[in-house]
Design a protein around this ligand. Sequence first.
Ligand SMILES: [Mg+2]
Length: 372
Amino acid sequence: MSLVEKVEIIQFNEDEPDYLRTFDSEDRAGSWYYSPGSVGRRGHLMVRVHTADGLTGEYAYHATAGAAALQAVDVARVLVGRDWQHRERLFRTARRMARPMHNYGLSFVDNALWDLAGKAYGASLAELLGGWRDRVPAYASTVNGDRAGSLSSSEQVVEFFGQLQQAGWRGFKMHSWHEGDKWEEARNVTRMREVLGERAELMLDPACVFDSLSDAIFVGKACQEAAFRWYEDPLRPIGVGVHQHRQLRDALDIPILQTEHVPGPEAKADFLLAGGTDLLRVDAHYDLGVTGSLTTIKFAQSLGVKSRCTAPAPSTATSSPRCRAPRCTRSPTSPRTTRTPRRTSTPAATPTTGRASARTARCRSPPVTGWA
Ligand SMILES: [Mg+2]
């Protein structure tokens, strides 16, 4: 038995050059928005679990909700003095304890415990989970288009994706403009197919910009006609209504990808079984860590449903295995796949000043992420 001796909960900010969280219009309120010359400050949270025999597990990622830190503190109180290998026990206890709010903070602690296990056993997360692949497919995904010079028009979008295609990328996902103009969105979808060719894997994630089901169906039909691989989260407010999405599915033939904002395994299972989605979005950051995500993935497997994993990757304040192409720490020489990190550990950020410096190489906008 190896007991947890101490848990550190560290909040820090990371610089986001050329981006600010904006509130200058209702359409994009709260979004990170391209702002050349500005430096935004993105809040992060890091959890470090220390054991009595000298091991440390850690996990860091952005955390816009202050409640995550408060909840992580509560979970840490349960963890200290207990066997770190009893992740399921902690999972069971912490979920009920945190029932007044979503279990977001539990994810940080659970992921840190998986990191600890990887270090203790000298194995990667993939090995711990019984996996065999050391390479997985990746696609290039943008932030939302804006009107400030970064993916501000369909012409810029296809030009940018075309550059990535020249570099070897085969899959591309666009996040819509904040205005939710169905005509603009449909034109862009058609244009992406025309320019990127019939073999490109294309996806659209409006990120919940459409107020009406009819607008969402209109753009979904454009995606369908352009043979997109999936259509994701088109509806306001955050894509959690089963009835709405069952209507959307009834109107379209293209696969619908929901549940990014439907938290946790039970709610996702209900959403799927009630007919609200074709594919499941799973995220170890929002969905109760690796432990919670595995529950969803195994459930989906048993039904023959694919789970699409999105964030997280370690904070950009750490050396990141995620592919964030133009700002990537690694050259995108092998863009079709992203190597599974050998170990679960995330090199520690250095928040000694309360602020971690971003170590990623800075490249020109627009940023592309391999997540969300
Ligand atoms: Mg998404």
